[in-house]
Design a protein around this ligand. Structure first.
Ligand SMILES: [Zn+2]
Length: 80
């Protein structure tokens, strides 16, 4: 008996959402196993790497903002 694969779908209300990608070689119905950084098909051996999450810019010091050296108008001469 075919058994619904647990974890491959989520049901939201009446909608069924696939949580796993299907194999591009085997077609819909064959899902790719989710691994840490890749997905693989247990049927044909297809595997693909997950898109690497965007590397965060170093949280190190932000470059000090250069103060705009706005040329100040010379102070008006003070009246005597
Ligand atoms: Zn496959």
């Amino acid at each position: 008996m075919a058994k619904a694969k647990v974890g491959l779908y989520t049901v939201q209300g009446d909608a069924l959402t696939r949580t796993h990608k299907s194999c591009p070689k085997c077609g819909a119905g064959v899902f790719l196993a989710e691994h840490g950084n890749r997905r693989s098909c247990g049927k044909c051996g297809y595997s693909e790497s997950k898109a690497a999450p965007p590397v965060k810019a170093k949280p190190a010091k932000a470059p000090p903002e250069a103060k705009p050296a706005a040329p100040k108008a010379p102070a008006a001469p003070t009246p005597p």
